[in-house]
Ligand binder design. Sequence first.
Ligand code: 5RP
Length: 220
Amino acid sequence: MNQDQLKREVAQAALRQIPEGQIIGVGTGSTVNFFIDALADIRHRVRATVSSSERSTERLRAHGFEVLDLNAVTSVPVYVDGADEIDPAGAMIKGGGGALTREKILAEVAERFICIVDASKLVPRLGRFPLPVEVVPMARELVRRRLVALGGAPRLREGFVTDNGNQILDVHGLDIDDPRALETRINQIPGVVTVGLFAHRGADRALVGTPDGVDERSFG
Ligand code: 5RP
């Protein structure tokens, strides 16, 4: 099975986690694209959606889903999203697709975060994937210096502007032995909008696509 087949399989498995008649939070990325396409088959069971990016919103609307403004919503029972890495505690690196800020907002609102990944995203320790940090453009060089002081090697994601009008620094070489502490530390740098570490609010459940089927894991 290739990676796309694993993504498709895990996206299909996520349909079993969708409660009847509720608002569903939808993330961003290639795995989520498979999920959105699969969700279209049970559209009649979905009241409406909230989305973490303009790209996902467009795809959802193309399938006929209503996409609500999060400010009009008080409860999101389930949020389904991918990850760039996930560790044994359910902490993740996210933001490879650049949607980390809206993803973190939806993760915070959601009662349950279901992470859908293929097995290549499982890691014993976070940090091989460069950590995305969304920054206000005028603070980019300040944030870059602070990230270097933390031991990282930040690189500007060239030609990329987030849905919020900001830039992304991808930080290579960080030693992430305490994801929660590092998330707090980077969040405190003025000009950082969001760090793509999802440790304080990690996944509640992961569905992992493997060649032998979908493996399900729950986290404390
Ligand atoms: C987007 C994300 C994605 O969830 C992450 O990049 C995984 O993407 P894919 O499913 O394409 O591997 O965080 O900002």
